[in-house]
Design a protein around this ligand. Sequence first.
Ligand code: LIP
Length: 264
Amino acid sequence: MELAYKAGKVILEASGQMKKVNVKESFADLVTETDKGVEKMLFEELKKRFPNDRFIGEESANKEPWTLEPTWIIDPIDGTTNFVHTFPFSCVSIGLTVNKQSSVGVVYNPSLDRLYTAVKGQGTQLVEGKKEPVTLRVRDCSSLSEALVMSEFGSQRDDAKKEAVFRNLEAIGWKCHGVRSLGTAAINLCSVASGHADAYYEFGLHIWDMAAAALILTEAGGYVCDTKGGPLDMQSRRILAASSEKLANEISETLLIHLEMERD
Ligand code: LIP
């Protein structure tokens, strides 16, 4: 939590400043010096406290393989596009997995001063500004026709992704109350955990976008799985999250294209 606040301060101070923006896999896949600087700071600080643990970060050139060992999985800025454009939904995401199971998740959106935390088996808490922490719980919603659904266009720009995004959006969008897209997987998941939305699905995200927030959702009573149903595979680059298993199943059956991508 302390490091999330520290990272958030750096993100907030840099937001809206002139910054060099580089691209990664497509012209819409952005990275800045702030992403790299925050990741370096978090790695250094966590390594001081947990020298024997392993580390995976979005911006590291050589990614360590994900193993059963305790592993910190970090996205220094989830929602880099929002950060570049000053849309106030970016966050730092810090997850810890042990035996490949998420055991700690911390997500902090500095623009709204919202800190989401979860420890396996101990529920999810939100600290907003100076307010007392509150325990989060998903909203009761078991039907797509009553659901507010979140999804993302993502940052890939190839034809297969385009077809999957728009055909799935057409299938889901007309059957639910509405579709929302905040531009950050972690905050989308936290929004379902908070009861602000009822479900979220995406193809093309990465392990660091979900490692912390998937636990935040399940500890708030939500359900996560693969888009085809079955256990979530955090390396598969796809996720379906909902306030209940029943709603997740309905969305899974409604999605038309379950994109297969190169694994993380
Ligand atoms: C982004 C996600 C977003 C997704 C993009 C990208 P980044 O993470 O959170 O929801 O649609 O594909 O992965 O690049 O801002 O850390």
